[in-house]
Design a protein around this ligand. Structure first.
Ligand SMILES: *Cc1c(COP(=O)(O)O)cnc(C)c1O
Length: 383
């Protein structure tokens, strides 16, 4: 995690390289796509594992002015980068926990409110300086997670006006909802949610509207409204599964080979001997494991293949279990004369994408990114 104490030592350490130029280019690509709507950036969960401070700095330099986080603590980190400047807006998606209003005011964070309790909490505590901080209203159009039912939005906005007299529009400056299945282009939920959201939005002409996450921006209906809220795609994830990824990779993960060994056909590798060599096999050990966020479900056994890595241009499979700090790679097909300790194994990058790793691990790229470990040496480029 950015900000964690970190003592860089030479060698034997995996490197997580984060390309801030690619991040900025991804934001500009999406901003162009949604114009004249504005494009925000979702930077929750340490900017999807890439580092809040660095990512927010790069996005702000690229022109991004609106940021979304999940928690107020994350919002405070974003504000520490941006300052309190009113030109930047920071919304907190997870709403307003009891007693938290003062922190939001102190750090100039806009709560995304999704219940009457939250609205009353805000009105009761966010006085004085806080009276100028607008809020967003989260309307639920099918997710059943956070937010108000659409038929209560008018009541909410009216009450927001009453509770905060003299503040135009009851201080609600953004109406938002969230897709259930935007990455599944053909899912009927998308059309239903777009229709529900459009009807709602038409009733509040003065209030800006926002519906789409990354994948929503690639739906044929183009539900951009006033503000887009991409997260995953900014960090290189494919927003349109099944199609060529239009985004640039942002994250590269490489680990140097610690040791090489040769084993005979029939020998096994790793804990519980679940992987058996089918041929004379050359193995490379790398010092990365599930303690570094490498999913344990990338294990390769005799029953199923696991993860893959790029070694000297060759795609090489994992051999055996991913253990806490060590993973074994079958490098038999890599150029033999070039293999030696210290040579890099690429676990994530342009060839093996976060989506690929997610699929092989039985999860999604979002989880791969947000699990990236704290032990890597982080290298930021393009900033
Ligand atoms: C996380 C989140 C986003 C961003 O979603 P991606 O799929 O990462 O683009 C947008 N809106 C809300 C409400 C979210 O929780």
């Amino acid at each position: 995690m950015a900000g964690a104490p970190h003592i860089p030592l030479a060698g034997a350490q995996a490197v997580l390289a984060i390309d801030l130029a690619a991040l900025a280019a991804n934001w500009r690509f999406l901003a162009d796509r949604v114009a004249p709507a504005r494009c925000a950036a979702v930077v929750k969960a340490d900017a999807y594992g890439t580092g809040t401070e660095q990512a927010v700095g790069a996005l702000a330099r690229a022109g991004c002015r609106v940021f979304f986080v999940a928690h107020a603590s994350e919002g405070a980190r974003v504000r520490a980068v941006l300052g309190a400047r009113a030109g930047f807006r920071v919304y907190v998606l997870n709403g307003l926990p009891p007693g938290a209003a003062r922190d939001y005011v102190e750090h100039v964070l806009r709560p995304v409110l999704g219940s009457f309790e939250e609205l009353r909490e805000w009105a009761a505590h966010a006085t004085g300086a806080g009276a100028e901080i607008p809020v967003a209203l989260h309307v639920d159009t099918g997710m059943n997670r956070l937010g108000l039912a659409p038929d209560r939005a008018a009541e909410f906005i009216a009450l927001a006006g009453e509770l905060r007299p003299g503040v135009p529009g009851g201080a609600v400056d953004l109406l938002m909802s969230h897709f259930v299945a935007s990455e599944a282009r053909g899912d009927a939920f998308n059309g239903r949610q777009i229709a529900a959201f459009r009807a709602l939005r038409d009733r509040f002409p003065g209030v800006a509207a926002s519906l789409s996450n990354s994948s929503g921006l690639f739906l044929p209906q183009k539900p951009f409204y006033d503000l887009a809220r991409p997260g995953y795609a900014l960090y290189g994830g494919n927003p349109a599964p099944g199609k060529k990824n239009p985004m640039r990779p942002v994250v590269t993960l490489r680990a140097p080979i610690l040791q090489l060994r040769d084993i005979e056909a029939g020998e096994t590798v790793g804990y519980n001997a679940q992987w058996t060599a089918k041929r004379k096999t050359r193995l490379a050990a790398i010092g990365v494991g599930y303690a570094d966020g490498l999913p344990r479900s990338l294990m390769a056994t005799d029953a199923r293949p696991g993860g893959e890595a790029m070694v000297l241009g060759a795609r090489c499979p994992f051999a055996g279990r991913v253990s806490m700090d060590i993973t074994m790679i079958d490098v038999t097909d890599a150029p033999r004369d070039l293999l030696k300790p210290g040579v890099d194994v690429e676990l994530l990058g342009a060839e093996i994408t976060v989506d690929d790793m997610g699929a092989r691990a039985g999860t999604i790229g979002y989880e791969v990114l947000t699990s990236l470990g704290r032990r890597y040496r982080r290298e930021y480029t393009g900033g």
